[in-house]
Design a protein around this ligand. Structure first.
Ligand code: PXG
Length: 459
């Protein structure tokens, strides 16, 4: 590869001169330089200095089958040779997206049989917003166009994605959101449950916030509710099991569509193909991306339930929406090969019955008692560790988020790539992790916590 003619310093200098990174303080990165990842294999990533890091985030919540899969490279290569690109517009199709729609309909929750492709989760959510609003317009209720979302949600970075999302820092820079989107409380018991309130009751109260928002707007004005089954970027916030069935009941009661964003939770992460199955709900739309190709190609699939799809087909006429790369043949070939791997290696079942429970137990037994840890939680192979100054009062270190960054930096020094979001450490490893990999990660987290404790006590 040509980059090998460049030294690390040169690459960093070029990066600093020309590259505007996502979610980055550009001035700061120009001073510090970026970490350059050059290769990866199985559960490990390697940087340009040769450091080996266990990848606790599966890239960015996506590399579910791990790195170095020949089979996926081959699928892309063969498809590129045969047909690198053709569009899905103007009554055309190519074979791989066609086969992928069938495959997705087979693994999706019951009642979902149609698929709209894009290249990213953000694009898929844009599609979803346009589609549900169009649905109600076609049903003769164009005024039923409000969407209820949640504070601290992440639904992407396009204007619609940011508007759906509930991150204050992003809204501040939006300078004009998509109208008619409101945000209600998130189901985050660790900070929001009342003293003595059971998890079950808290889940019902958080769901009630959705009902209150519907009643406040008037049900005849509300198109849909959207939520991540487990909030990912917002800090792996796992709702009580009472939450989702109650949200679904409320949506059905007021004839509000249920949109679920499974960009992170889809394709096995929770121990089911989709978290909707884990929580026992039947959404009208499911947004998916990331692990659909394990990140080997950019691809998203909006899974569309029969109710919305039937109206679109029967009453819709032309839906004026689509992307050049909707149904990209190479990306879809890689997705098919990726689903083959997940299925053949039994990764979904393994998360459910082996590594998921083992991960939960390991966090509980080896991490939860640490003086810096307020709570550990996990679901399948998604986990969170709350960093606190005081376990009993849940007081955080000041300024907010600073302690988690110290833990994160020590984790990286100890050979584990993990994320800090606010005061929460998060993990979302490849589904190929074994009990041994989980042990290795917990040992590194433990060391990072000990070292951070020394730093924080010294400060
Ligand atoms: N929905 C959810 C639930 C996501 O997590 C998107 C939509 C948007 O997908 P695209 O492919 O447009 O990025 C995401 C993406 C983080 C982080 O900091 C998370 C995401 C993206 C970037 C950073 O955890 N999730």
């Amino acid at each position: 590869m040509t980059y090998q003619n460049y030294s690390l310093k040169q690459l960093q200098q070029i990066d600093a001169s020309h590259h505007l990174h996502p979610f980055t303080d550009h001035k700061e990165i120009r001073g510090s330089g970026s970490r350059i990842i050059t290769r990866a294999d199985g559960p490990f990533i390697y940087d340009s200095e040769g450091n080996e890091l266990l990848d606790g985030m599966a890239g960015l919540w996506c590399v579910n089958v791990g790195y170095g899969r020949e089979e996926l490279a081959r699928a892309a290569y063969e498809q590129m040779k045969e047909l690198p690109y053709y569009n899905s517009f103007f009554k055309c199709s190519t074979p791989t997206p066609v086969l992928l729609t069938k495959r997705l309909a087979e693994i999706a929750p019951d009642g979902i049989n149609q698929v709209f492709f894009g290249s990213s989760g953000s694009e898929a959510n844009d599609t979803a917003v346009r589609l549900v609003r169009q649905y109600w317009a076609l049903e003769g209720k164009p005024e039923k166009n409000r969407i209820i979302s949640r504070k601290n949600a992440y639904h992407g970075s396009t204007i619609a994605g940011t508007s759906l999302g509930g991150m204050e820092s992003m809204h501040k820079q939006l300078h004009g959101a998509v109208p008619n989107i409101v945000h209600v409380m998130m189901p985050y018991a660790y900070e929001l449950a009342l003293p003595g309130e059971s998890d079950h009751d808290f889940g019902l109260r958080a769901a009630k916030a959705v009902e209150d928002a519907i009643l406040e707007a008037g049900a005849d004005q509300v198109a849909a509710f959207i939520g991540e089954p487990i909030m990912g970027a917002g800090g792996v916030k796992i709702p009580p099991m009472s939450y989702w069935p109650e949200v679904e009941r409320i949506c059905r009661k007021y004839d509000v569509l249920l949109m679920v964003d499974e960009v992170i939770t889809g394709y096995g992460r929770t121990g089911e193909w989709f978290a909707s199955q884990a929580f026992g709900i039947s959404p009208d739309t499911i947004t998916t991306a990331k692990a659909l190709t394990s990140g080997y190609q950019p691809l998203s699939a909006l899974l569309v339930g029969d109710r919305v799809a039937n109206t679109l087909v029967e009453k819709g006429g032309e839906f004026h929406h689509g992307y050049t790369y909707s149904g990209h043949p190479v990306a879809c070939a890689v997705a098919l090969a990726n689903l083959d791997i997940i299925e053949r290696e039994g990764l979904v079942e393994r998360v459910k019955s082996d590594t998921g429970p083992y991960f939960a137990e390991a966090l509980r037994e080896r991490i939860a008692d640490h003086p810096l840890v307020g709570e550990v939680r996990s679901f399948g192979l998604m986990g969170a560790i709350e960093i606190v100054k005081d376990k009993d009062t849940k007081e955080r270190f000041a300024p907010g988020g600073s302690a988690a960054v110290i833990v994160r930096d020590h984790a990286i020094e100890n050979g584990l790539m993990m994320r800090a979001t606010g005061d929460t450490m998060i993990l979302s490893p490849p589904l190929i992790w074994t009990r041994e990999t989980i042990d290795m990660a917990c040992e590194r987290i433990g060391r990072a916590l000990d070292q951070a404790l020394v730093d924080l006590r010294r400060a």
